[in-house]
Design a binder for this molecule. Sequence first.
Ligand code: ATP
Ligand code: SKM
Ligand code: MG
Length: 178
Amino acid sequence: MNFVMDAHIALVGLPGSGKSTIGRYLAKRWSVPFVDVDVAIEEHIGCTIREFFAKEGEPKFRDVEQEVLARLLSNPQKMVVATGGGAVLRPENRQQLMAYAQVVYLSASPHEIAKRLQRDTQRPLLQVDNPFQRLLDLHAIRDPFYKEVADFVVAGGGLSAAQVAQRVAMQVELGQHS
Ligand SMILES: Nc1ncnc2c1ncn2[C@@H]1O[C@H](COP(=O)(O)OP(=O)(O)OP(=O)(O)O)[C@@H](O)[C@H]1O
Ligand SMILES: O=C(O)C1=C[C@@H](O)[C@@H](O)[C@H](O)C1
Ligand SMILES: [Mg+2]
């Protein structure tokens, strides 16, 4: 594919919206590195995010997330970056994303995500009695932030991950030529 990335491509969206899955596909398509901020954070802290949440709490996690995200975005090598679902909560992160990346919001309904993640045990914020209600609450708070930072919003309702990835690729590649 003859597409030259002049900025990082960052994916934002709720937990389970497909950032890691679709990010990997895009990086392969464009032959650039893929970085999952959650994985980079786990390398930095030396344990899982779930363990870190339990030991240190969410505010400390957000400090680490901010530091790791800023470091990754300052890399001159252009990459596809899957952000953590809550990265947009901090204004500093929103500014960094808007300054150093083209941002794609993978918009998916809480209902669809709840179905996808029925058996998930790794996402600390969803280990509650009613994960669907939690997703509704997260969506209400975060949707305006995701939209604020996004250059593109791609809705994935009823599409497979491969189809969503295809849509994102088209939007970004067309955007470069418009
Ligand atoms: N469009 C889609 N249709 C169906 N399943 C999907 C779609 N996108 C992702 N999935 C599946 O949903 C699950 C969650 O996707 P993924 O881990 O990529 O989300 P994420 O946005 O990276 O989540 P997190 O913020 O928690 O890291 C995976 O099992 C993935 O295969
Ligand atoms: O939605 C969130 O706040 C989070 C999502 C994950 O990607 C991780 O960054 C962490 O579990 C927090
Ligand atoms: Mg992920």
